[in-house]
Each structure stands twice: as structure tokens, then as C-alpha cells.
Design a binder for this molecule. Structure first.
Ligand SMILES: [Zn+2]
Length: 372
């Protein structure tokens, strides 16, 4: 980086090297002291875990006026919804009957009072600020408004939050371990290159699989989507455009899922009730929202890592190593990088023959869940 370049440039001259070195120490000191007030690189912000219902969740933070400030979207990990009101330039938090807005640059919140239908202004301990692309909010103020308990343990230097918000009861990692069933799943399609090859193999081996589709891919390849359904495979929602959900406002999460449901309905005349988050990344809030929308969130028990360009043999080895009765195998059928999924196609007949020889029966995720 810049600092290092400067040092190397001065290497030949010891005296000026020392001067520069002292100067850098001072600059460093000042930038540490004032870092919270300087608009700089995101990478400069410290990170720490905050314990939510005893689970550590890492976050960037800023200390300001003695208050711990975190990006507003971090609050989704507690279970609350986080949205944005452009007219008032406010972050809007909501859960149950509680709803309040924190305008950027202000040291107050506007709280919705259900009984009167009015918004009431309340002071905050410090200002809500925009920093490096995120809106930072005072964590304790926000959690307190939801009636959560937040404590700081000075010995451990850690912050603990007790939310009293129950988790969504709908995460599935595997099916019934008593039955020798396995569900092959393919994410991110449909496409015109890999998906037909995969469908050909599944058809010739008479194996049903489950496709977690992206809405925009369904829109682009409706005929491949129809073929998936016509050949008896399970279908599931994998968002419209594959964003990392923890980085999205609640409204956007809902929009990504709804839009995909609509294109599925238009294309194949039905809507799935299974969902898988892009990258497997999801907050408690997103999971609750999806549960309310009637979805079950499907994860996996075997990660083939096929997207990283593994060979068919390497993928087979991972499946052989990690498979258990009731297993859900994660594979992919679309990649923007050309030919990265050749291994997936290569591995598929090998996996099918191998698991069949071991007594496994292939089912859709829907059938797997029905056997629970
Ligand atoms: Zn995906």
C-alpha cells in the first residue's frame, strides 16, 4: 500500500527514513483516534462478533459518542425487518406491533404509535450516520425499542443480545435418516447448456431430482423450465437474481422471491413452496419472512463444491465420503464462467450408479420431506 511504498523509497537514507517513520506513527495514531470521523475505506472498520441469543454474528462497527454503532442490516440477524424510506431518508425497523424509523443524520427516531396511528419523535443516544455505503445505527437504542435485552460484558469485551424472537422452524438440512433415500438438487438454472445435459442423464437413469431455479433464468429459458417439470422433477425457488440475502432490505428479499414465484406460475402453472437462499446465506429475519410466505428453507447435507470446477471423479469422492440416508446433495446447473460445471455432468451418472449399488433410492426433496 501507499505507506509501504513510502518506506521503501526512503530506504537509502537512514535519517529521513527515521523521520518518515516517526511521521507515520503519528499519522497512524491520529487516524486511529479519528477514524470514526473520517470517511474512508470500508476495510478500515474494525469487526467483532456480537452474540445474538448466544450465537456469535460478526459485524463491522463504529464507536461514536460512546455508543456501539452497527450497519442497520445487521439487525436482521435478531429477527426484525429492516427497510428504507427514501422520502424521509430513514431506516425503518419493524417486528410485530413495533415499528420505528431512524432518519440519517438525526439523533432521534420516529416511532409509530399503533393506538393513535401517529408517529412520535423520541431521542436517540447518538446520530444515525451513513458511512462507507452503510447506515450505522446505535445498537442499544434499536434493540431496546424492541424490548430486547442487551448487555455488555467488559471482562470479555463482548455484547450480548437476547431477542425473545423465535427462529423460523423451517430449516431442512436432510431427510429421515432411517430411510435410505437421497435427493439430488441442482441450483441456479435453468440454462441452455448444462441443464439439458443433466436432464438427459436423469431421464436415461430414471432419476428424479430437484431444481432450485433463479427467476431470471426461468424468464430466459422457459422451455428448459417446462422440460424440468414435464420430466417429473421437483422445483424450488432460488430468488430472482441470486443476491446475498443478508445484504438486502426485507422488501427486496420479498420482491426477489415473489417475482420468481410469478414467473414460475406463468411458465409452468405452479408455484413451489421450497426455497434455498443464494450461497446458503440467510438471516433470522429473512427466514421468518419466508416462513410467513409459506416456504420451507432447504439447505443440504452434502456440498459437492462442483461450482469450483472440480472433476467428475473429485465430485464423486465427496458424495461417497459425505452421503448418509436422507441426504440432500448440492450441485449446480448454471455458471456464468464457461465450462466450470463439466465435472457436474461427468459425475452425475457415476453418483447415480454408485449410490444405487449401495441401496439408495432417488427422490425429489418434496418426496424426501413427505417421508419424514
Ligand atoms: Zn445458487
Amino acid at each position: 500500500m501507499k505507506r509501504q511504498t513510502m518506506l521503501y523509497c526512503n530506504e537509502g537514507n537512514k535519517k529521513s527514513f527515521q523521520k518518515v517513520f516517526m511521521f507515520l506513527i503519528i499519522v497512524n495514531l491520529f487516524s486511529t483516534i479519528f477514524s470514526t470521523h473520517i470517511y474512508g475505506q470500508e476495510s478500515r472498520l474494525p469487526e467483532a462478533p456480537i452474540f445474538i441469543d448466544n450465537l456469535p454474528v460478526k459485524t463491522k462497527y463504529i464507536m461514536r459518542d460512546g455508543q456501539l454503532m452497527v450497519p442497520s442490516l445487521f439487525l436482521k440477524h435478531t429477527g426484525v425487518r429492516v427497510d428504507w424510506n427514501e422520502d424521509y431518508r430513514s431506516v425503518v425497523f419493524s417486528y410485530g406491533d413495533t415499528r420505528f424509523a431512524l432518519p440519517v443524520g438525526q439523533n432521534y427516531s420516529d416511532d409509530f404509535v399503533r393506538a393513535t396511528g401517529q408517529w412520535q419523535r423520541q431521542p436517540l443516544t447518538t446520530r444515525t450516520i451513513e458511512f462507507a455505503g452503510d447506515i450505522f445505527v446505535p445498537l442499544l437504542d434499536v434493540t431496546r425499542k424492541f424490548g430486547m435485552r442487551a448487555t455488555y460484558n467488559p471482562q470479555l469485551g463482548r455484547t450480548f443480545i437476547t431477542t425473545n424472537i423465535r427462529s423460523a422452524p423451517n430449516f431442512v438440512y436432510r431427510g429421515n435418516p432411517q430411510k435410505k433415500l437421497v435427493a439430488l438438487t441442482f441450483d441456479d438454472g435453468p440454462d441452455a447448456f448444462y441443464t439439458p445435459k443433466i436432464l438427459d442423464i436423469l431421464k436415461s437413469k430414471q432419476v428424479p431430482a430437484t431444481f432450485f431455479v433463479m427467476g431470471k433464468q426461468v424468464e430466459a429459458y422457459p422451455n428448459v423450465m417446462r422440460r424440468i417439470v414435464n420430466e417429473g422433477h421437483g422445483i424450488a425457488n432460488h430468488t430472482w437474481s441470486h443476491p446475498a440475502l443478508p445484504r438486502q432490505l426485507t422488501e427486496r428479499v420479498i420482491e426477489e422471491v415473489r417475482r420468481t414465484q410469478n414467473i414460475m406460475e406463468q411458465t409452468v402453472g405452479r408455484k413451489p413452496d421450497l426455497f434455498r437462499p443464494p450461497f446458503g446465506a440467510i438471516t433470522k429475519s429473512d427466514a421468518l419472512v419466508l416462513h410467513e410466505m409459506g416456504f420451507r428453507t432447504i439447505m443440504w447435507s452434502v456440498d459437492t463444491l462442483d461450482w469450483s470446477g472440480l472433476s467428475g471423479e473429485e465430485i464423486l469422492n465427496i458424495v461417497q465420503r459425505d452421503i448418509t440416508p436422507g441426504g440432500i446433495v448440492l450441485q449446480h446447473n448454471f455458471q456464468t464462467n464457461a465450462r466450470l460445471l463439466d465435472g457436474t455432468v461427468e459425475a452425475l451418472p457415476l453418483i447415480i450408479d454408485d449410490l444405487r449399488a449401495k441401496g439408495y433410492r432417488f427422490v425429489t426433496v418434496q418426496t424426501l420431506l413427505a417421508n419424514d
